[in-house]
Every structure is written in structure tokens, then in C-alpha cells.
Design a binder for this molecule. Structure first.
Ligand code: NCD
Length: 343
């Protein structure tokens, strides 16, 4: 794709070459994210971060990624404090905010809303999650993480992944599955309650891409023989009644004992976060926090690199980041989470 000036709305926009280009730019962002160097390549540019749904890491990491490239960030983080609560249309908001910004990252509870907004925007819009539909930057950081964790250089192939939890409403697993359709010979085990299964059209897409797909409600069976286990939270905000979400909460849990018993040694543990750590849910137990295969905080670190790369490419500066490089003047703590041990 022609990245410069493009909206990033769906993972379907990407082909294998686009992913390779993005990952190459993301690799080059590492010294800046680590604060070994700084760059002012986007000095003067403005990102508007429009989050009409709760978010911590996506909102902050989009903002930090832009700051790390030298740009400024403006934020709206609550639907109640924005004019949308006065009945303003997405069209009007897009016309207004795109007049103030160079690029916009947007999250909204309604599927398709970010695309509608982008049609009226005069600047590139990046979808930071639209309801249960898509979360393309998360899928890219997830694939980037899978590659690093499994030690695969270049297009992935021949590995086994289990996706566990709310596969119906979880937009991260939707986007990641679609992205993995670009590659060959992946074995998917989809573990969820029957009512929260992966949408049939995505399962069909996976099979049409030649992947093997098994769907099961049995967590123990589902955990066997994978290279990666990708856990998700029950998306309680998408249920019409809270009580309905309670039925599924805590149904699939991973902890040290279950991992040791059912997972192949070195199975990489992923989760888009937030993990629901309340006792009744506890889908990913804190007793795994020191486990070398727990990749969740490496995933969040990688999110900054991927978002920096998306900004550098959509704003057409990917090749001049180094040209505007400077020394870092302040104390820099070691911030990156330890890389995974060699497999
Ligand atoms: C996810 C999301 O918002 O879709 N979080 C994230 O962006 N990392 C997953 C979730 O909320 O469960």
C-alpha cells in the first residue's frame, strides 16, 4: 500500500510486503523507544488522540509513540467531555479535528464508526479499536511479538496458536486472525464458550487461507501442543446485561500449575491486556508474572515501536528519522522488558 497519507482502518489493507516494511521501520525505532537516541523528525506535527471508549495502553502508547518522534499530542478521552455528547455527528467532529491535526488516532464503541469518521477527515486516521470489529495496530504488534518470541525472521509459517476466551467480541483476535490469513500453514485452536465463538466468517477466512482450525470448549485440550497461547478478557462492555458476562467470567484461566500441566514447555503466553485480575475472573494469574515465556509486557513495549512505525510511514518520514537524531540529555533507566530466552 501507499502508506503516506493513508488511513489505517482495517488489517485487510495490509499485504505481506506492507507488513515487512512496517516491521523493518519498527525495528529501526528501537533506539528511540529505548532512549538511546532521540529524534525530532515530527517536531511541529500534532496527533489528535480521540478515545471515546476506555483505554490505557493504546491511548498512552499512541501518544508516547508520537512524542518519541518529536510530535505533540492533543487528547479527548471521554465521550462526556466531548461535543459528541451534545449530539455532534462524527462527520462534523472529523471536519473540525482534522483541521487542527496532522494525524488522528481514534477509538469508538461502534463498529464502522472510525471508517465513517475517516471519510470526512482531511488527515490520516488510525483505527485504535472500533467496537467489536477491528484493532489493526494491536494485530500488528501481536504478530511482531509472535515473530520475536518464536525467533522467526520474515513471514511466519508453520506454528500453532491457541486463542482463548471471548472470541466473539474480542476485536484483537479478529484482527490478528485476519492478519494471519496472509501466511501459510498455521494451526489455530479456538477455545471459547459456544456462545462466544469466533465469528463464522473469520473461521471461514482462516480455512480458506489453508489454515487448520479446531474449535473447542475444553481449555485443557486446547492448551496442548501450541507455540503460543493468546488469552483474552470477557468483553463485558459488549454484553447487553452485565449478568450475562458473569456467566463466562473465570471460565478459562491460566496459572502456573495449569501451564506446567497442559502447555508444551516454552509456550509463549500472550494477552492484549488489560487482564481481568479480579478473583472471579483472573484469566491470567499473577503467579506467572516471573515466567520467562510470559510475553505480555514485551507485547506492550512492542506496541510503541509499531505505533511509531505507523506514524512515520503515514506521515512519510520513515527514511528521515535518523537525520533529525539528537543525543538524550536526561538520565535514562533501562526500560525494556527482558527479551524472551532463546527457544
Ligand atoms: C484490547 C481492546 O481494547 O480491544 N485492549 C487493548 O487495546 N490492548 C483488549 C481488551 O480490552 O480486552
Amino acid at each position: 500500500m501507499q502508506f503516506t497519507g493513508s488511513h489505517i482502518l482495517s488489517i485487510n489493507q495490509f499485504d505481506i510486503q506492507d507488513v515487512e516494511r512496517l516491521f523493518q521501520v519498527a525495528d529501526a525505532m528501537e533506539p528511540y523507544a529505548q532512549r538511546a537516541k532521540r529524534t525530532r523528525v515530527l517536531e511541529g506535527a500534532i496527533l489528535s488522540n480521540l478515545f471515546f471508549e476506555p483505554s490505557t495502553r493504546t491511548r498512552v502508547s499512541f501518544g508516547c509513540a508520537f512524542n518519541l518522534l518529536g510530535g505533540h499530542v492533543r487528547e479527548t478521552s471521554d465521550i462526556k467531555t466531548s461535543a459528541i455528547s451534545k449530539g455532534e455527528s462524527l462527520y462534523d467532529t472529523a471536519r473540525v479535528i482534522s483541521g487542527y491535526s496532522d494525524v488522528i488516532a481514534m477509538r469508538h464503541p461502534v463498529a464502522g464508526s472510525v471508517e465513517e469518521f475517516a471519510r470526512a477527515s482531511r488527515v490520516p486516521v488510525i483505527n485504535a479499536g472500533d467496537g467489536p470489529s477491528e484493532h489493526p495496530s494491536q494485530a500488528l504488534l501481536d504478530l511482531y511479538t509472535i515473530r520475536k518470541e518464536l525467533g522467526i525472521n520474515g513471514p511466519v509459517a508453520n506454528f500453532r496458536i491457541a486463542m482463548v476466551g471471548d472470541l466473539k467480541y474480542g476485536r484483537t483476535v479478529h484482527s490478528l486472525s485476519k492478519l494471519l490469513c496472509l501466511y501459510n500453514n498455521i494451526h489455530f485452536t479456538l477455545v471459547s464458550p459456544v456462545e462466544l465463538r469466533m465469528p463464522a466468517e473469520i473461521v471461514d477466512q482462516l480455512r480458506a487461507a489453508g489454515h487448520k482450525v479446531i474449535e473447542t470448549e475444553d481449555m485443557q485440550e486446547g492448551l496442548q501442543n501450541n507455540d503460543t497461547v493468546y488469552l483474552t478478557r470477557i468483553q463485558e462492555e459488549r454484553f447487553s446485561h452485565q449478568r450475562e458476562a458473569d456467566i463466562y467470567r473465570g471460565r478459562f484461566r491460566l496459572n502456573q500449575a495449569i501451564y506446567t500441566r497442559h502447555c508444551k514447555p516454552n509456550t509463549v503466553i500472550m494477552h492484549p491486556l488489560p487482564r481481568d485480575s479480579r478473583a472471579e475472573a483472573n484469566e491470567l494469574d499473577e503467579d506467572l508474572n516471573q515466567h520467562p515465556s510470559l510475553a505480555i509486557f514485551r507485547q506492550t513495549d512492542n506496541g510503541v515501536l509499531i505505533r511509531m512505525a505507523l506514524f512515520a510511514l503515514t506521515l512519510g518520514v520513515a527514511d528521515s528519522v535518523q537525520k533529525y537524531e539528537e543525543e538524550v540529555r536526561w538520565f535514562t533507566a533501562r526500560r525494556y522488558n527482558k527479551p524472551s530466552p532463546p527457544r
